[in-house]
Design a protein around this ligand. Structure first.
Ligand code: LLP
Length: 423
């Protein structure tokens, strides 16, 4: 059954719960997620690996609600984190730090120490200076730190420049041609245990060929390491599989995994090596929608604005990347209906505060709308700009509704602030 559908009244349903019911109970704006959709995406990846050794490390940054992490932990997922905070969330959600990889260009000494104390599965190292730092900390803790070098394979992911990470001009990773001496150094260091190679070339990729190119370059490096007696225990090929927001035609899970396997499994050196991947968007994105209510209609000669109660602070992707996200009717209000072409905008005092441009919709004040594909990089990028409490988050599971984050109470927004002492 589809995870998002229409009921007899024509209203949006998430699994077996209507959008109207969610908003009645939790008000708007509210993020709603389908548990079955999350599980289905995860299971599609698992199925594509079949019997082959692998690990799916869900990229926590895509959606870091502990309710979502818990659903994935129960499926046996590993995690990809980029801060100690995300690791703490994984642990709070019942995830296994031993199945967790720590990525990111700027891990602080405290974060490295905390991750080693927690028994992190692997640190994905992004520079020579960071490698030295990890070695020093591990030595001081009398521990051996499991590491991969995140190499930058210099392939063009052909995605938005802000989310492309595998070109040599990007800040990420170690140039693949410079990795060898660092691997030799790490291999010889008593406080480091070289376990793998890692790469991640970008996000929202809609073509498999950059994945294949990257895997080929990683395999070349694996061979040069093997010649020097450096044996790997896994290959981490990152995340980045795109999803359909409007009219994209991203590859299916099976196509992505097949593209990687066509390179890795063809190579006797790597046939038995576990493949790790770090998908975020593919798992969480399609599972979530942002429900919002139309507050006012403001028709104009040139442009007509539908002012909704969600804004760029709730969902930043349209404002930040110009992302085109589908906005669909989710429930009808009582007001007079106005078919037209609408700018869907929020209440924030910025011209860039929009969720969608030029949307052909038949609208009335009080209508509910849903921004689809909002499960990834939606709530996790939300802010309190304009002192707007962050939205509630709800997980639907069949007929069951779980509030996995309540709407922020207003006074919590300044709970950490103080008036200056009187003089
Ligand atoms: N691994 C690493 C090292 C990453 O940097 C990322 C995402 C992922 C995995 C997961 O990528 P995914 O499978 O989700 O594409 N805020 C942007 C996306 C930023 C992605 C950053 N890195 C957006 O809303 O489009």
């Amino acid at each position: 059954p589809p995870f998002f559908s229409r009921n007899d009244a024509g209203d949006l349903q998430i699994e077996q719960v209507s959008a109207a019911e969610i908003v009645e109970r939790f008000d708007s704006p509210t993020y709603v997620y389908s548990r079955a959709a999350i599980e289905s995406a995860f299971n599609a990846l698992t199925a594509a690996f079949g019997e082959r050794a692998h690990r799916i490390c869900y990229a926590v940054k895509a959606n870091s609600n502990i309710g979502i992490l818990n659903v994935l932990a129960r499926l046996g997922a590993g995690f990809d984190i980029v801060s100690y905070g995300e690791l703490a969330r994984v642990m709070a959600a019942g995830g296994d730090p031993g199945k967790t990889v720590f990525s990111g260009v700027g891990k602080s000494a405290d974060e490295i120490r905390g991750a080693l104390e927690a028994g992190i599965g692997c640190l994905n190292v992004e520079s020579e200076a960071e490698l030295q730092q990890i070695a020093d900390i591990a030595a001081e803790m009398q521990q051996s730190a499991p590491i991969s070098l995140r190499v930058n394979p210099d392939v063009d992911a052909r995605t938005h420049p802000y989310i492309s990470t595998g070109l040599k001009d990007n800040k990420f990773g170690i140039a693949i041609d410079e990795a060898l001496p660092l691997y030799e150094w790490a291999h010889a260091h008593p406080a480091l245990e070289v376990t793998g190679i890692d790469c991640h070339i970008g996000s929202q990729l809609t073509d498999v060929s950059p994945f294949r190119d990257a895997a080929e370059r990683v395999m070349k490096l694996a061979h040069r390491l093997a010649e020097r007696g450096i044996e790997l225990k896994h290959l981490d090929l990152g995340g980045g599989l795109g999803i359909r927001y409007t009219d994209e035609t991203p590859p299916a899970a099976a196509d992505w995994i097949e593209a990687i396997r066509s390179v890795v499994d063809a190579d006797p050196l790597a046939r038995e090596l576990p493949i790790w991947i770090e998908p975020g968007r593919f798992i969480a994105g399609p599972a979530g929608a942002l429900l919002t209510r139309v507050e006012y209609l403001k028709p104009g000669e040139h442009k007509s604005f539908a002012i909704v109660d969600a804004a760029m602070n709730d969902l930043m992707r349209p404002a930040l990347y110009g992302s085109d996200m589908a906005i669909v009717p989710a429930g009808q209000g009582d007001g007079e209906r106005h078919p037209g072409t609408w700018e869907i905008v929020g209440p924030i005092c910025e011209t860039g505060d929009f969720l969608g441009h030029e949307r052909p919709l038949d609208l009335a004040a009080g209508d509910l709308l849903a921004v689809l594909g909002a499960g990834a990089y939606g709530f996790s990028m939300a802010s309190n700009y304009n002192t707007r409490p962050r939205a509630a988050e709800v997980l639907v599971d069949g007929r069951a509704i779980h509030e996995i984050r309540r709407r922020e109470p207003l006074d919590s927004l300044w709970a950490l602030e103080q008036l200056p002492a009187a003089d």
